[in-house]
Design a protein around this ligand. Structure first.
Ligand code: CP3
Length: 344
């Protein structure tokens, strides 16, 4: 058995009797202590840019549950903001951004070299976390994938079907690709700075990868992930990378090999048995309990958790949800999930 942190061991391909566990959005509104710190910060973005408070909310789920990994508290939409987009959050609705749909909009964006000015508090949060985290806890940094970030920049908000981004891709593919390229380069610099500050793993969230089909998926989800992975591994040899092409379906097959990521995070639309046979054969997988179990609890939470652990037990696995935990979740259900995973 290898020495060291359980998450890092899974990411180098070790099969463990008890899979390490963390949870997407583990620092969030389902926790009363998060809501208290957030109220202290004022709004969500002030919390993201306040290193002491962002460090505090990152630590809260570690203190309460002893997760094997902490994820930096920040947001994927800080990158567009650092490139010069206006960003604000409307309570109860979600993010709003100034839109990029014309060449003139694109020309107003700043150069990649300017992003650190806005993002330096995030790197400070990472540095504080490297001091504050327990020795056994792995620190995960992250960024949005270019396609997912572009869907917000083009629409100016979240959308059900990413219609505006698909429309720009159809109507002005040169502008669409220039935007993706700017985000790709910014993401490389942003993640590289997080690694320099102490992030031990980075995760690329492509939350809307599922709306890219066929060759579009290969061009706009897989290829940017490959470029970011190659650039980061050239600069930081051995840095483990988790890719999350959410709802990729059959496109999960071969994603790790084609991009070079060390682990593929799975949403809960794929069955663990299918994913074990088709995706885990290439290396570590992460996932994939439906987040509604954190709301509904009960015996089905226990049964489903056990089924996922069992299905992935023959290879490297990091237990997680299939998507972020929701604000209406019951913190006791999170404890129940952890106890079930760790009962062995
Ligand atoms: O997982 C974590 O605990 C780390 C922090 C984190 C946040 N957002 C904090 C957050 C991470 C990794 C993200 C990623 C993120 N942000 C994604 C990709 C993952 C996914 O969920 O698909 C996306 C698409 C975003 C953009 C975003 N941020 C939206 C659409 C929203 C509004 C929806 C909502 O849940 O309110 C946010 C806000 C946000 N980001 C919150 C948190 C804790 C809630 C803000 C609050 O406190 O009010």
């Amino acid at each position: 058995m290898t020495e060291g942190k359980t998450i890092l061991r899974a990411l180098v391909g070790e099969t463990q009797a008890v899979p390490p566990i963390w949870m997407m959005r583990q620092a969030g509104r389902y926790l009363p202590e998060y809501k208290a710190t957030r109220a202290q910060a004022g709004d969500f973005l002030s919390l993201c840019y306040n290193p002491e408070l962002a460090c505090e909310v990152t630590l809260q789920p570690i203190r309460r549950y002893g997760f094997d990994a902490a994820i930096l508290f920040a947001d994927i939409l800080l990158v567009p903001q650092a490139l010069g987009a206006d960003l604000w959050f409307v309570t109860g609705e979600g993010p709003r951004l100034s839109t990029v749909t014309t060449q003139a909009d694109f020309d107003k964006l700043g150069p990649v070299s300017d992003i650190h000015e806005t993002l330096s508090p995030v790197y400070q949060t990472v540095r504080l976390l490297t001091e504050a985290l327990p020795r056994e806890t792995t620190l995960i940094g992250f960024a949005g994938a270019p396609w997912t970030v572009a869907t917000y920049m083009i629409a100016g908000q979240g959308t059900k079907d990413q219609g505006p981004a698909h429309a720009l891709k159809a109507e002005n593919v040169a502008l669409f690709e220039a935007l993706l390229e700017r985000i790709t380069q910014a993401t490389i610099e942003y993640l590289s700075a997080q690694i320099d500050a102490g992030a031990e793993v980075v995760k690329i969230f492509d939350s809307w990868a599922g709306s890219l089909k066929g060759a579009d998926f290969d061009r706009y989800s897989l290829e940017p992930a490959r470029q970011i992975t190659a650039a980061l591994k050239a600069r930081h040899p051995g840095i483990p990378i988790i890719g999350f092409p959410r709802e990729a379906g059959e496109k999960y097959i071969g994603f790790a090999k084609a991009t070079g990521v060390d682990c593929v995070a799975l949403d809960n639309s794929v069955s663990p048995e299918w994913a074990a046979a088709n995706v885990q054969v290439d290396g570590c997988v992460q996932g994939n309990l439906a987040s509604h179990h954190m709301v509904t609890g009960g015996q089905s939470l226990v049964d489903e958790t056990r089924a996922i652990v069992r299905a992935f037990s023959k290879g490297p696995h990091i237990f997680n949800l299939g998507h972020g935990i929701t604000p209406d979740a019951d913190p006791d259900n999170v404890q129940r999930m952890i106890d079930t995973v760790r009962e062995g």
